[in-house]
Design a protein around this ligand. Structure first.
Ligand code: TRP
Length: 456
């Protein structure tokens, strides 16, 4: 019964697509470029790629293995696989992290919907780069408007979870995500041909290691976790529906590969455009929202209808990508309330959402009227982003790796990741060394480095 209630993907392949849908979202198009911009460009990209390969992919395989083996969700999976004592609480950390991410994720999701509307009413046309910047600032600092969009995006996410329209979403994603990809490729073409774009390409692709600080390592690792949806058991839930014969390595590599490609391509849209119109690459969360309209209207200047159609389609697709990711973030808290407090899903989901809305409102207002309230020098929005992506996700990942590497039954793990030994033994040995030793040490080293212990 529980199995049926936990969600219903139309097909087993659908579960894998859903995992990809969770990974591909605002993290790629919105967060990756601004983190890259704020952390010096090319060198950040190199560190990011290392984190994806050394930490991201093995951890994704681990989450898949835990999920498929236990056939349950992220926070239940650990006790199911024999976790005792403190390990039992790893699941709770996962639920909490997802919740906290969702609180500010829906704020940005709301911004994308505002841009869908603006594109729809042709409100982006005929403006200067400075107008785009001031329009964005005025919008996010407005005390009412972003909140309305916040409610709308939360409502949409909740609606999908409640109506169980995953099937519809899943079918739609099969068409929409490739379409998003095509759009992104075309926009890269437009952006890199803007006058003055060369500097932006150089900024992204030429690694200047003198810009690397301890914070760059942490930022790159955090971005890898965020973008791949790992570190909070999100992918466990999806993997519990994976077919027995699904190759966990293959899927992890594919998902990570597509996810990274979309992030890099987004960078190739944003940075050339930012340099072409003179916007600081370190502009922070506003970066994408200010530069993108410029790309549409500068590149298609002579054909306003094309700029119109393109911008509308693009923001719609981005909002869809954000929705599939937000669903994956709302699912763990919902399930936790449902199973732990024996409250029906129908009520559990709105409760989970209500808490997220309350905190989300504070995050949204912290971009405007509440900007004066700082925690550790950051406004609430940045603080949530920092604690979740750069502390809680890596911590969750570290604990997952330690559990899988040292506590989980070795036979069970190996038979799961090797699909009953179809995979080559060498690969499995390398994997085991990575997950037991290399990955935990890498995460700890990055944390310690941030605290100034190594001073790289
Ligand atoms: N990966 C998503 C994005 O790139 C965000 C996301 C969804 C996420 N589920 C997650 C991040 C779980 C961390 C953990 O937009």
């Amino acid at each position: 019964m529980e199995q049926v209630n936990r969600g219903n993907f139309g097909s087993k392949l659908g579960a894998i697509l859903a995992a990809a849908g969770s990974a591909i979202g605002l993290g790629n198009v919105w967060r990756f470029p601004y983190e890259t911009g704020a952390n010096g460009g090319g060198a950040f990209l190199v560190l990011y790629l290392c984190c994806v390969l050394i930490i991201g992919v093995p951890l994704m395989v681990a989450e898949f293995a835990v999920g498929r083996r236990s056939r349950t969700n992220g926070y239940r999976a650990f006790p199911t696989l024999g976790a005792k004592g403190v390990w039992k609480y790893v699941g709770f950390l996962c639920v909490l992290t997802g919740w906290l991410i969702l609180c500010y994720y829906v704020v940005v999701q709301g911004w994308t919907i505002e841009y869908v509307v603006q594109a729809g009413v042709n409100g982006l046309a005929g403006k200067t780069p400075a107008d785009y910047a001031s329009d964005f600032t005025n919008f996010v600092s407005d005390p009412i408007k972003p909140l309305l969009y916040l409610f709308l995006s939360v409502g949409l996410t909740l609606g999908v979870i409640l109506m169980g329209v995953q099937k519809g979403i899943e079918r739609a994603s099969k068409v929409l995500m490739p379409l998003l990809f095509v759009f992104i490729v075309i926009l890269v073409g437009c952006s890199v041909t803007l006058p003055g774009a060369g500097d932006g390409i150089k900024f992204l692709l030429y690694p200047d290691f003198s810009k690397v600080t301890p914070a760059t390592f942490l930022a790159a690792m955090g971005q890898a976790f965020f973008s791949l949806s790992i570190g909070m058991g999100c992918l466990c839930t999806y993997a519990s529906y994976f077919p027995k014969e699904a190759n966990l390595f293959g899927n992890a590599l594919n998902i990570a590969g597509i996810d990274t490609m979309i992030a890099i391509l987004s960078g190739l849209i944003i940075f050339p455009a930012a340099y072409a119109v003179g916007i600081e690459p370190g502009a922070g969360p506003s970066l994408v929202f200010i530069t993108l309209p410029n790309v549409f209207y500068q590149a298609f200047g002579q054909w306003p209808w094309l700029a119109y159609a393109f911008s509308l389609m693009f923001y719609l697709l981005l909002a869809m990508a954000a929705l599939t990711s937000a669903i994956s973030l709302l699912e763990p808290p919902t399930l936790w309330i449902h199973e732990e407090f024996h409250i029906r899903r129908r009520y559990a989901a709105p409760i989970a959402t209500a808490i997220c809305v309350l905190v989300g409102i504070a995050c949204s207002l912290s971009m405007g009227v509440w900007d004066g309230y700082k925690i550790g020098g950051m406004n609430l929005f940045d603080f949530f982003d920092f604690t979740t992506a750069k502390i809680l996700l890596p911590l969750g990942g570290l604990l997952t790796a330690l559990f899988v590497g040292w506590k989980m039954d070795k036979k069970a793990l190996l038979s799961e990741i090797s699909n009953e030994r179809v995979l080559p033994q060498t690969l499995i040995r390398i994997y085991y060394a990575l997950i037991r030793v290399v990955l935990p040490l890498a995460i700890i080293a990055i944390f310690l480095n941030e605290l100034g212990l190594f001073g790289f």
